[in-house]
Ligand binder design. Sequence first.
Ligand SMILES: [Zn+2]
Ligand SMILES: [Zn+2]
Length: 116
Amino acid sequence: MATILANIWACIDCTHAHANGEYNPDRPDSEPTPLNLIERGETVTLGLLSEEHADTCTPEDRAEGCDCDHDTFSTTACGACGSTLHGERYAMTIWQEESPNRQANSIPSQSIAVYI
Ligand SMILES: [Zn+2]
Ligand SMILES: [Zn+2]
């Protein structure tokens, strides 16, 4: 069983760090390390659960890439690193597996990374 711990909005650097382990090399040194607020043992997926999408958002919209999980400009701090740089934010869902036998098939979409 997976337990959903939180939905967060992550900055572009955290999104890239999550997706491929790399991020903008020009990120200012004064900014926190991407994903530093993700705790050990938590599983992170990009995107939202289907029920978190807007009521008007159809499965077809989601398949094509809707805007529910993408905020083109936000001034709130990144939920994954705490950076207050303004800009794009992408939704992430944070999980924790209850079982030692991890089952990815209960997890919604896109890339999955476990921070251990
Ligand atoms: Zn949507
Ligand atoms: Zn961030």
